[in-house]
Ligand binder design. Structure first.
Ligand code: UDP
Length: 240
């Protein structure tokens, strides 16, 4: 009998910043390999893993909009393209250690990756493949956190696991305030009313409306990704 874990299908959100670590290039291959190894360990247990990657390590639309006449939509399309680069890097890393992985993009780049087709993504997951969703939602003015919430709802994944460079959600900025306290749990309303910088408002309300719990955790601690995926307590759990 397969042991049963808390979640059968998860949506792992990896931000661009997390992929960069403190590497001087945009991506730290040690981090992508660590992600690949931990994801491999849980797919072997039968847990289905879909991933949404960010692109902030390469290009963030909001920081460039307005420069040299670059409008927000164009800047955001460049940002979405950045997520595709991260996705292909991560796919190659996963496949190098034998994890079958498909990339699906929110807009067509069919020479590079499959287009996003919901039922096909689900089929890949059922076959034990990892699916990486790239190009965010495919729309400017959104974020990859919103893409994570959206894809999670669409493919009936049970949780958004947000891998970051911090241990979870604090009551103050831990880099400035050494006494900042880590929250174990939070409600959606606490996140929005206290304006805690967990996810943007669109992403968190989408999770709330669809009763999708969110776990915010540190991917730099060895073992944390697999713990989060197996439903062990790490970081901050947002729900209810
Ligand atoms: N982006 C977008 N629509 C989306 C997702 C992303 O326009 O649905 C663009 C936006 O410019 C964003 C960039 O892609 O700044 C990179 O994504 P994000 O900032 O969410 O990446 P992360 O912070 O996770 O690295």
């Amino acid at each position: 009998d397969k042991p049963s874990y808390k979640w059968q299908r998860v949506l792992l959100k990896v931000s661009g910043e997390a992929l960069a670590g403190d590497h001087s290039q945009n991506i730290d291959p040690k981090i992508t390999m660590a992600i690949a190894r931990e994801v491999a360990s849980v797919t072997r247990l039968g847990i289905e893993v879909a991933i949404v990657v960010g692109g902030g390590n390469i290009f963030r639309g909001s920081s460039w909009a307005g420069c040299s006449g670059l409008d927000r939509s164009s800047a955001d399309y460049i940002g979405m393209l950045a997520t595709v680069m991260n996705a292909i890097f991560l796919q190659a890393t996963m496949e190098s250690i034998g994890i079958p992985t498909r990339v699906q993009t929110a807009f067509r780049m069919s020479e590079v990756a499959e287009p996003y087709i919901r039922r096909r993504a689900v089929r890949h997951l059922e076959k034990g493949r990892v699916v990486i969703f790239a190009a965010g939602t495919g729309n400017p003015f959104f974020t990859t956190d919103t893409a994570a919430a959206l894809r999670c709802a669409e493919i009936n994944a049970e949780v958004v696991l947000k891998a970051t460079n911090v241990d979870g959600v604090y009551d103050d900025d831990p880099r400035r305030n050494p006494n900042a306290r880590l929250h174990d749990t939070l409600t959606y309303n606490e996140v929005t009313s206290k304006d805690l910088s967990v996810m943007d408002m669109t992403a968190i309300t989408l999770c709330q409306e669809n009763n999708i719990p969110v776990v915010v955790f540190n991917l730099n601690k060895p073992g944390n990704i697999s713990k989060a995926i197996k439903g062990e307590r790490v970081g901050t759990l947002i729900g209810g």
